[in-house]
Design a protein around this ligand. Sequence first.
Ligand SMILES: NC(=O)c1ccc[n+]([C@@H]2O[C@H](COP(=O)([O-])OP(=O)(O)OC[C@H]3O[C@@H](n4cnc5c(N)ncnc54)[C@H](O)[C@@H]3O)[C@@H](O)[C@H]2O)c1
Length: 342
Amino acid sequence: MFPEDAYEAARDAGVLEPGHLEAVRDELSAIRPMKAAFQSQYVRRLEGRHVKRTSNKAELVEQLREDIRDTLAAQECDRAVGLWCGSTEVHGCRRRRAPERGGLPSGARAQRSGHHQLALYAWAHLEEGVPFANCSPNLAVDFPAALELAEARGIPVGGKDLKTGQTLMKTVVAPALRARALGVKGWFSTNILGNRDGMVLDDPESFRSKELTKRGVLDSILDAEAHPELYGELFHKVRIEYYPPRGDAKEGWDNIDLVGWMGYPMQLKFNFLCRDSILAAPLVLDLALLLDLAARSGLSGMQEWMGYFFKHPMAPEGARAENDLFRQLSTLEDTIRALGRA
Ligand SMILES: NC(=O)c1ccc[n+]([C@@H]2O[C@H](COP(=O)([O-])OP(=O)(O)OC[C@H]3O[C@@H](n4cnc5c(N)ncnc54)[C@H](O)[C@@H]3O)[C@@H](O)[C@H]2O)c1
């Protein structure tokens, strides 16, 4: 939604040192963005300067599909994958009505009606038969009709919201606490970050989308139903504060109130001084390869084995997603081995 080429965008983001950027200046300068299908009601803190000129959802999907076909033709490619790394959208817009199975009768009808759940990029990818993963907390393919379409067309999909910093650490520490039967009364997590994502998340409605993906992980790991005496009273709070001086150098800070043997209280605190994009970029590259592998292996629909990469892994309706990082890693490795043998 901005006209700058990839070199200019990377320079302005200030993540990589000039020495790293200059080495690939020519390659990056050659990557020019297509116009975005952007609707400002979903991302209220940004104004697009390089956007498609229609607000009709059906037309936008058609234009995105054309972009995908043109890119494949121009690059002389047989296959592609799509990874959504756009801004976090506001929570409310697409969830007002419950997403019922079969709620979107057909792609064509959904497009024509501009259905509120029609996530433009995700739908365009599915219609073009391109595997798609959602690296943000947005809905994208998280509704039954999109999953039905992915299965019917034989397209693998994954998501959602990359697990990179604080949540990565949470899904390492929480299994250790559960393994030792240490109780948890409270878990307070806060972040400060000053990049564009931080600015977008400063809108409470965009933050709400992120809060939901960040908060879910503890429920499945510290199973309160199985251990009400240890985790039944857990108070879990997550905050994100936009703090421009830090730029991409994010700081995550966690305080955990523990309960040990005979009810004695303890505290654990950790402080992750990380770099948002340096943690995220390699996951995006891995996902591109794995999505393509999944498609070439004939897998379709939701790819639960990719949960290792995500804060809010996809799981079938009514099933509990696995959030323990080490179990997720085993599943990922087992699946890749099995695909290699097939
Ligand atoms: N460590 C991480 O970086 C990390 C981790 C987990 C999740 N995420 C999520 O990934 C997403 C991207 O993060 P980021 O740090 O790269 O954010 P960013 O703000 O740097 O980049 C997102 C870009 O998306 C563009 N955009 C927004 N709506 C668009 C549209 N409709 N069409 C085309 N472009 C559009 C904006 O121009 C913006 O530049 C966010 O949702 C973020 O929460 C990032």
